[in-house]
Ligand binder design. Structure first.
Ligand code: MN
Length: 141
């Protein structure tokens, strides 16, 4: 159903995270900034929701039970139905090199846990803005 005139359509974000504390924290921060949040606790459930609920951005914990976040990201990026979804990796592994591995898997950005609650939502908005701007420029080219 189309939104009512004047109604603000909130950007849908899918959070794939198995840690309850992080999931609640991230959800609270995103909802407080006006995002609409759905979540999954496994990559398998996340992939199903990514196809079913068409979020604009996915926050992907890389360390998940079963399929990990890197494999899930590769799956999303290999599927034309989901390859356009923005994937931001979320990981506790603050090792140098992890960022490159995440970007090579197809992640569009990378955030390290523990997250900075003061800047988290702004960083997500920044990723959304930069990907939207880049795609608009690509369409115009
Ligand atoms: Mn995890």
């Amino acid at each position: 159903m189309p939104p009512e005139r004047g109604e603000r359509v909130s950007t849908k974000i899918l959070v794939i995270e198995d840690n309850s504390y992080n999931l609640e924290l991230v959800t609270d921060l995103l909802e407080a900034s006006g995002f609409s949040v759905t979540h999954a606790r496994t990559a398998e459930e996340g992939l199903r929701l990514a196809r079913a609920s068409a979020p604009e951005l996915i926050l992907m914990d890389l360390s998940l039970p079963g399929m990990d976040g890197l494999a899930a990201t590769r799956t999303l990026k290999a599927d034309p139905a989901t390859s356009h979804l923005i994937v931001i990796a979320l990981t506790a592994h603050a090792m140098k090199g992890d960022r490159d591995i995440a970007l090579q898997a197809g992640c569009d950005g990378y955030l390290v846990k523990p997250i900075d609650t003061r800047t988290f939502a702004t960083k997500i908005s920044g990723y959304l803005a930069s990907v939207r701007t880049r795609r608009t420029a690509q369409r115009a080219a």
